[in-house]
Design a protein around this ligand. Structure first.
Ligand SMILES: C[S@@+](CC[C@H](N)C(=O)[O-])C[C@H]1O[C@@H](n2cnc3c(N)ncnc32)[C@H](O)[C@@H]1O
Length: 222
């Protein structure tokens, strides 16, 4: 079917064009592998990934103990637990563990500047990784591959804002610590590394391989 697409936003037009164009998937896969490798190398010089792993493990233990699922939510619904009071106390208690881990890993959380959206809505280690990948993309010379990667990076950036799970759409204030999450009924955390989202979204180029032949499919190693 012949069609014309119109969009007032040039960025959104770029998204649509990337979605409907044919790409050299062998080159794209190569570029993703290369950049992901560089990101991992970059992370070896930083502490945020280790910190986040440790924090997740502490959160897992704490939430299992104080917010077991589904018992905790059931008790809240039945009125056996006063959610506000209980959650506030537990939230404060976990903050001690959080701050101790920050000390242990010498992690810098806040950015130095607060001049624009990127300064305000991303924790320092996340901003560092975003800037690193942004810089890597500048070295990609094939303009089509660069556009696909730019879309994947932009999607990753959007998923890594320092916001609570309940506030993804409204963005009231950035969150820089662990917090009680009403949506999940447990203590949650902001994002300290872009790795998980970057890897998830680079994986999602998989469906592009449909009908692209064996060579392209075989080169896709995720
Ligand atoms: C739901 S999105 C759809 C995006 C795209 N068509 C797609 O399917 O991926 C709606 C789009 O309408 C665009 N838009 C809003 N007002 C517009 C206008 N007055 N003229 C052209 N495009 C507009 C927005 O920028 C946005 O990208």
């Amino acid at each position: 079917m012949h069609a014309i697409g119109i969009d007032i936003s040039s960025f959104n037009a770029m998204i649509s064009n990337v979605k409907i164009s044919k790409h050299n998937l062998v080159l794209l896969t190569e570029a993703i592998k290369n950049i992901t490798l560089k990101l991992k190398e970059f992370q070896k010089t930083k502490n945020n990934v280790l910190f986040e792993e440790n924090l997740l493990s502490e959160l897992g233990k704490y939430n299992l103990r104080y917010f077991p699922s589904p018992e905790y939510k059931r008790k809240v619904i039945n009125g056996e637990i006063d959610e506000e009071e209980y959650a506030k106390e537990r939230e404060g208690e976990f903050l001690n563990i959080y701050y101790n881990l920050i000390k242990k890993y010498h992690l810098k959380i806040n950015q130095d500047k607060n001049e624009n959206f990127m300064d305000k809505w991303f924790l320092f280690p996340v901003r560092e990784e975003i800037d690193f990948l942004f810089h890597q993309l500048k070295n990609v010379h094939n303009s089509d591959i660069k556009e696909v990667l730019a879309i994947i990076l932009s999607r990753t950036v959007r998923s890594c804002r320092a916001t609570t799970h309940a506030d993804l759409a409204t963005l009231k204030e950035p969150v820089t610590t662990t917090y009680y999450c009403k949506k999940h009924g447990k203590i949650c955390k902001p994002i300290f590394s872009i790795t998980n989202w970057w890897e998830r979204y680079t994986l999602e180029i998989g469906p592009l391989f449909k009908g692209q032949g064996k060579e392209a499919r075989d080169s896709y190693i995720h």
